[in-house]
Design a binder for this molecule. Structure first.
Ligand SMILES: *Cc1c(COP(=O)(O)O)cnc(C)c1O
Length: 483
């Protein structure tokens, strides 16, 4: 059962998992989250040891009391057949005795979003079908969420997706991962402007009663597939927990390249459930608002402007899942107080006691683009090719390796192929487009390119419509009228 993070403390609204998935926004602008989590005892923990990834996931669902129809959960987990190794969708690579790289990018779009969006998509589709309802999902993307959402829902009969991306703001690979998706239930629109413009346009739509009424008149309901949807978070608990079981003697510290904090939230929940996780280390890029939050106890975006970096999936100032951490540790009224302060004053400060509590769970640091490129080059020489997001976590590893004897798990959130121009640049090449950069890196380091990336350049870009933000709502309504 889930509650509202900014809810009414006297009589909180409590919803089940299905409701939270289908209608992910809670009252007062909050999210749905568990208020507390059950803790595994030694016997239960031992039983989990020998399970396959799929069976392990089912046990976690049961343990957390998520009563999903077992056929629905089975079909959700069968989406891992689209991964390189369906039985072990996550790959763990040893670099040395203290450092392991956990690769979460072996799915269709080569970024970690697939780990959760693939099974989540199947659940949402099954629920929509069962209820005989049609859902519309709107996504604004800077490059990774869009492709993963389209892959998760393409060709579904009851869920429709509109994906907005900044016209000149993504890489060629990312754009092609969206514009080449050939399915009747998806629409991909390039927006004149940057990612902020796309995102603001989306927020205006979601707040527009006229738009919502027009959708209802056409018998569509709105849902969301971003990381505010708890249905995604649950799958992100699983891989952190599963990996920790591989280190029964010494436990793990988990280092997560973070933006909206969904991935790291999964690690935090896994620790609360009782898995042997020491610290969750938050790695950021130059948009280091989370570093300040964790190391100083102040969340401050007053003087900050968003910087464009080479790890764009982490270019975020308001990190949405911080809210679920606040709720779990400090409760709903305090969460509401802090986040209302962030909305109105663009800043909040934790009390000394709260700050200490955060420090019990988290550490944090950040990495500039230049440091990232140096790390990419250095680890490439050691035979470990990483993308710029993962590189931020390698910096954190080097900084925090000595805090404990636990194994350090660096979470790798994207394959290098998604950010080939930056990787080529790190390896000493000038500015190249995606196609040339892919070829250069593949040749220089004898690195394979996944077929799903390579084939993008042979496909037709069928979605080639670009629009001004003001034209979006009319376009969407016209489109759904034809469905
Ligand atoms: C989405 C994403 C992140 C950030 O993950 P959060 O859950 O938002 O913190 C990091 N790296 C890559 C490659 C991503 O796609």
């Amino acid at each position: 059962m889930l509650r509202q993070t900014r809810g009414d403390v006297q009589s909180p609204r409590i919803v089940d998992f299905e409701t939270a998935i289908l209608n992910p926004s809670a009252d007062f602008g909050g999210l749905f989250a568990p208020e507390r989590l059950p803790v595994l005892n030694t016997i239960e923990m031992r039983k989990l040891q020998k399970l396959s990834y799929i069976d392990f996931t089912k046990e976690i669902f049961t343990f957390l009391g998520i009563n999903l129809d077992s056929a629905v959960l089975d079909s959700a987990l069968s989406t891992y057949r689209r991964f390189d190794n369906p039985n072990e969708p996550v790959a763990l690579r040893k670099v040395n005795d203290s450092l392991y790289i956990q690769e979460l990018f072996h799915g269709p779009t080569r970024a970690f979003k697939d780990m959760a969006l693939q099974p989540f998509g199947a659940i949402l589709c099954a629920l929509a079908q069962k209820r005989k309802e049609r859902y519309l999902i709107l996504v604004a993307t800077s490059g990774d969420t869009g492709p993963a959402t389209l892959q998760a829902f393409q060709n579904d009969a009851n869920v429709f997706v509109v994906c907005l991306y900044p016209k000149n703001g993504t890489s060629d690979v990312q754009r092609r991962q969206m514009t080449t998706v050939n399915a009747p239930n998806v629409r991909v629109l390039g927006i004149d402007g940057n990612f902020d413009d796309a995102q603001s346009a989306l927020k205006r739509l979601l707040a527009d009663d006229g738009f919502k009424q027009a959708l209802e008149a056409r018998r569509f309901r709105l849902s969301a597939a971003n990381s505010v949807n708890f249905g995604r978070i649950i799958f992100q608990i699983v891989y952190h927990a599963y990996t920790s079981l591989g280190f029964p003697e010494r436990g793990v510290d988990i280092i997560v390249p973070s933006g909206n904090f969904g991935n790291a939230l999964g690690a935090f929940y896994a620790k609360l459930i009782g898995f042997d996780i020491g610290k969750v280390v938050i790695a950021s890029n130059a948009n280091n608002v989370l570093t300040d939050w964790i190391t100083r106890g102040v969340y401050d975006i007053k003087e900050r402007a968003l910087k464009q970096t080479q790890s764009p999936a982490m270019d975020i100032l308001k990190s949405s899942n911080v809210e679920r951490i606040l709720y779990m540790l400090f409760g709903a009224s305090r969460t509401r107080e802090l986040l209302e302060s962030l909305d109105s004053k663009k800043i909040y400060a934790l009390s000394a006691k709260e700050y200490m509590e955060i420090q019990n769970y988290f550490d944090a640091t950040f990495c500039t683009d230049e440091e990232c490129r140096l790390l990419i080059a250095r680890y490439a020489k050691l035979g470990h090719l990483v993308d710029p997001h993962t590189a931020t976590a390698l910096k954190a590893y080097e900084q925090f390796n000595n805090i404990s004897t636990r194994a350090k798990i660096v979470v790798s959130t994207a394959e290098w192929t998604k950010f080939a121009p930056t990787v080529a640049q790190a390896l000493g090449k000038g500015k190249l487009g995606d196609k040339d950069a892919l070829a250069f890196v593949a040749k220089t380091l004898n690195a394979p390119i996944a077929p799903s990336i390579e084939s993008l350049f042979d496909k037709e870009e069928i979605h080639n419509k670009t629009l001004a933000p003001s034209q979006i709502s009319g376009d969407i309504l016209d489109w759904i009228t034809t469905l």
